[in-house]
Structures are given as structure tokens and as C-alpha cells.
Design a protein around this ligand. Structure first.
Ligand SMILES: Cc1cc2nc3c(=O)[nH]c(=O)nc-3n(C[C@H](O)[C@H](O)[C@H](O)COP(=O)(O)OP(=O)(O)OC[C@H]3O[C@@H](n4cnc5c(N)ncnc54)[C@H](O)[C@@H]3O)c2cc1C
Length: 447
């Protein structure tokens, strides 16, 4: 039987960025809130490992300066410390050869990546990108749009590489062109910021803010199911140890798969069946020194590789040392062996920073990370096709995460959906069951 101490107005399942941000807003709205996280520590995919003076995010993490997330974090009161990476002097790599990254007009003129006609087409593309109304191409795939718009193959390949860089998705046949263009426009408008001491600073800042607002946080507590009352509304959360916690609102701030397993027979279950995650293999390297201090950024053109010295922009390594993130953007059908991919990433590092192997302090290979839970798909109309933060079929049930809502991608989507879900909970009319929260333990369902 659930005791009074196990009754809340809102229970949040998941202690990543989305669950924590929602917790702050709900705490500020004077709700009695419990956040549960199955791991021993908070942060989910935004966690940072601190070791030997290095701060290792889980793969490359960059916060978009023109996305909704940074505004939400500021509104909550977090100070964003870090710097914009400098890609001037960066490389693109095609067929194993390094060329100047044609990120602007000067580098475009000097790059050996392609000839005159491709340069002219790239110049036109760069000049027009900011003006494209991305909402008109939501239902086209990236491949359809790129093929129809660009005649030079090298320019098409460059644009696909820039889409991978900004959205992490290597799924041109699935991804909405509107979503890809919108994300690239954000990067071109204001770039990104690498955070001093890693993304854990966001996690810790959100946790502190939530606790200050009176939110109760319990780690190493796993939700097993969301309990639904006889009239179809949420009534509580059953934990893995079979205990029951009651609440009149439940926010699932986890993945589509977990959400679908927690509550059966909803549209979320259907969504979880077709959602394709965006995945990456990551090689994180902490080095005693950078063999070539000038080579801080590289992007694969014919191969979906990423290389960036994050410590060149942010405080992530002790003085004189370096922290590098290398990644392969995995295609949905990528069946390559983990060992093979690791070797590919090492070879890419050899090309950009020969001699790195002699400088290793920490080396971590993450073969398959879920960067985002769902590619915004063209056949679902892009971001518009993602589930809404309010689950309309079940009163009291809400969602947040990087696969929820029609705003932003990656962490931006997590934070934007978290804020929307919290606002919806705060403005929801009191349900008759709500007045019983705290006394719900008398209900037979909670025995
Ligand atoms: C390699 C990599 C690179 C990335 N780069 C960027 C980037 O450059 N820019 C950017 O904006 N974003 C980036 N991201 C994405 C960003 O990290 C995520 O979008 C964001 O951290 C997701 O937060 P979340 O709270 O929505 O989900 P998560 O972080 O996944 O949190 C969900 C939490 O729910 C918990 N949970 C699940 N099931 C249960 C249960 N049954 N009971 C209790 N708890 C449960 C999990 O343990 C987890 O802690 C990257 C991610 C990766 C992996």
C-alpha cells in the first residue's frame, strides 16, 4: 500500500536533461514533485566523466547557441561557460586527402576540394541557405532535396557532410530536409559552444535548481510501469521492486522504447516501433599533448567521420594537454563490427594528428551511442511528426525528450519538450482524482 510519503502531484521518470529541466519548472510552479532515475547518478547522456584532470563528455557535445535549449537553461538561471570552436583552418577529408574546409568564402576560394564550377555552386548554396523556408520542405527527404537542388556531386557530398555534422544523422533517405536545413541554419547563424568542464555542469546546475525548488530526487530507482486507473487516467508509478508511488501526473522523460514499455497501447507504442535512432561510434582521447596544435577540426566527406579538439575551445583538459572527440555517424543499417569501426576512427586520427598514439592518457571507445532517439522523418513531416508532450489518450500522462515535440533537435528538443510538458502540467485543470493525491493509498489499485 502506498503511504502518504509515497504520494506526489507529479512523478518524473528519468534524470537526464529533460527530466531535470522539467523538475525545475514544476518545482517553481509549487508542485510536489518526485524525480526518479534508474542509474546511480543523474545526467543520462549529458553526463561527463572526470578523470586525471580531463572532462570527458559521452562523445562530442556542443550546445547550439541559437537553439531553444540555451535560452531555457539561462531562464532557469544556469551560467553557460565555454567557447565557440574555431573551424578556421579546419579540414575536410575526401578519399583520404585533407583539404581546407570551405566554411566561408575565403576558404572556399582556396580549397582544393573541388573545381571552379563546384565552387560557384557552393558559393550560391552558402549565400542562399539562410533564406530557405525549411517548413516548405519538411516532407522531402534530405536525399530528394539535395539531388534536386545541386548538380555537382562534390557539392552534394559536402552538404550531406554538413547535415551530418549539425544533426548527427546519417540517414539522408529517411530524414526530413526541412529538419536538416533548419539545424544547419542554426549552426551557420550562431555556431555552437563547447562547455567548460563538460555537460555535467548543466546536469549539476539543473539538479541544484530543482532541489532548491523543493523537488525530491531519488537515484537507483527504476520505474517498471505507469499505473492507469479504471477511468483511464494515470494514478501512479510501479517501481522495479514492486513498490507503488502515486501521482496525478506522470512525465516520462526517457526513450520511446522505455515509454512504450511503461504504458501499453498508446500512440507512443506505435511511434516506438518505427522511430529510428540517430547513432554514433565515438573515440574519446585524452592526450598528454597535441602532436599538431594547428589541426583542431576535420570532417569526412566521402566517409561519415568527425574530429575535433574540444579542449582547444573549452576548459576540458589540464594546461598543455588535449581532449579530442572523434566520431563516426552511423547509418541506420550500419552493421559494421565495433572493432572495424574503432580501427577506422583510429586511422582518421592518424591522418589528422599523426603521433597521437604516443600521447595517450585516457582512451575510450563507445561503439554505438544513441545521440538522439529519433531521426525527424520526411514521411512524418519532420519535427511536426514527433509525439506531443501531452499524451492525449491518457489524462495525466506527459512526455519529454529529444524525440518529443515540434521544436529543436538533440538537447534542444529535450529541453524544449521538458518546458512544454511542465507548462502543460501546471496549466492542466485539476482532475477529481487530484484532490485524492495523498489519500489515494486507499484505492484498491494501489494495494
Ligand atoms: C555521442 C553523443 C553526442 C551528442 N552530441 C550532442 C550535441 O552536440 N548537441 C546536442 O544538443 N545534443 C547532443 N547529444 C544529445 C544529448 O546528449 C541528448 O539529447 C540529451 O542529453 C538527452 O537528454 P534526455 O533527458 O532527453 O535523455 P537521457 O539523457 O537519455 O535521459 C533519460 C534518463 O532516463 C533514465 N531512465 C530510463 N528508463 C528509466 C526507468 N524505467 N526508470 C527510471 N529512469 C529511467 C535513464 O537512465 C536516463 O538517465 C549527444 C548525445 C550523444 C550520445
Amino acid at each position: 500500500m502506498a503511504g502518504k510519503q509515497d504520494s506526489y502531484e507529479v512523478i518524473i521518470i528519468g534524470g537526464g536533461l529533460s527530466g531535470l529541466a522539467a523538475a525545475v519548472y514544476l518545482g517553481r510552479g509549487k508542485k510536489r514533485v518526485l524525480l526518479i532515475e534508474q542509474s546511480h547518478s543523474l545526467g543520462g547522456r549529458a553526463s561527463t566523466k572526470q578523470q586525471d584532470g580531463f572532462a570527458l563528455n559521452l562523445g562530442p557535445h556542443a550546445l547550439y547557441r541559437s537553439g531553444p535549449g540555451i535560452d531555457i537553461l539561462s531562464e532557469i538561471g544556469l551560467e553557460i561557460r565555454g567557447n565557440v570552436p574555431n573551424t578556421a583552418g579546419g579540414f575536410v577529408v575526401n578519399n583520404g586527402v585533407k583539404h581546407t574546409l570551405p566554411a566561408g568564402f575565403v576558404s572556399l576560394l582556396s580549397t582544393s576540394l573541388f573545381g571552379v564550377s563546384a565552387k560557384v555552386e557552393t558559393a550560391k548554396l552558402l549565400a542562399s541557405l539562410a533564406k530557405i523556408d525549411s517548413s516548405t520542405i519538411n516532407s522531402l527527404t534530405v536525399r530528394e532535396w539535395v539531388d534536386a537542388r545541386l548538380s555537382n556531386k562534390p557539392v552534394r557530398d559536402l552538404l550531406l557532410a554538413l547535415f551530418r555534422l549539425t544533426s548527427y544523422a546519417n540517414a539522408p533517405e529517411l530524414m526530413s530536409a526541412g529538419a536538416a536545413v533548419e539545424q544547419l541554419q542554426k549552426a551557420l547563424a550562431k555556431n555552437v559552444v563547447y562547455l567548460d568542464l563538460g555537460w555535467q555542469t548543466l546536469v549539476d546546475g539543473l539538479r541544484d535548481a530543482a532541489i532548491k525548488e523543493g523537488v525530491e530526487i531519488r537515484t537507483a530507482v527504476k520505474a517498471e510501469s505507469v499505473e492507469i486507473g479504471s477511468t483511464g487516467e494515470v494514478t501512479g508509478v510501479r517501481l522495479a521492486d514492486n513498490r507503488l508511488l502515486t501521482a496525478s501526473a506522470i512525465l516520462m522523460a526517457s526513450s520511446p522504447g522505455v515509454a512504450a514499455a511503461l504504458v501499453k497501447n498508446t500512440a507512443v507504442e506505435e511511434y516506438a516501433r518505427y522511430a529510428a535512432p540517430i547513432e554514433a561510434a565515438c573515440l574519446d582521447l585524452a592526450l598528454s599533448r597535441l602532436p599538431d596544435p594547428r589541426a583542431s577540426f576535420a570532417l569526412g566527406i566521402d566517409q561519415p567521420y568527425y574530429f575535433s579538439v574540444h579542449s582547444a575551445a573549452a576548459r576540458l583538459a589540464p594546461d598543455g594537454r588535449a581532449l579530442i572527440h572523434i566520431a563516426k555517424y552511423l547509418a541506420p543499417d550500419d552493421a559494421g563490427s565495433a572493432q572495424g569501426v574503432e580501427h577506422e576512427l583510429e586511422s582518421f586520427a592518424d591522418l589528422i594528428q599523426p603521433g597521437w598514439r604516443k600521447e595517450i592518457v585516457i582512451r575510450r571507445f563507445l561503439p554505438r551511442m544513441v545521440v538522439s532517439n529519433a531521426v525527424p522523418m520526411a514521411n512524418r513531416g519532420g519535427l511536426q511528426g514527433r509525439p506531443k508532450p501531452v499524451v492525449s489518450e491518457i489524462p495525466g500522462l506527459y512526455l519529454a525528450g529529444d524525440w518529443v515535440g515540434d521544436e529543436g533537435q538533440l538537447a534542444d528538443a529535450s529541453l524544449a519538450s521538458a518546458k512544454k510538458a511542465a507548462e502543460a502540467i501546471l496549466s492542466a485543470p485539476l482532475r477529481s482524482s487530484e484532490s485524492r493525491v495523498g489519500a489515494a493509498s486507499g484505492s484498491p489499485q494501489f494495494q
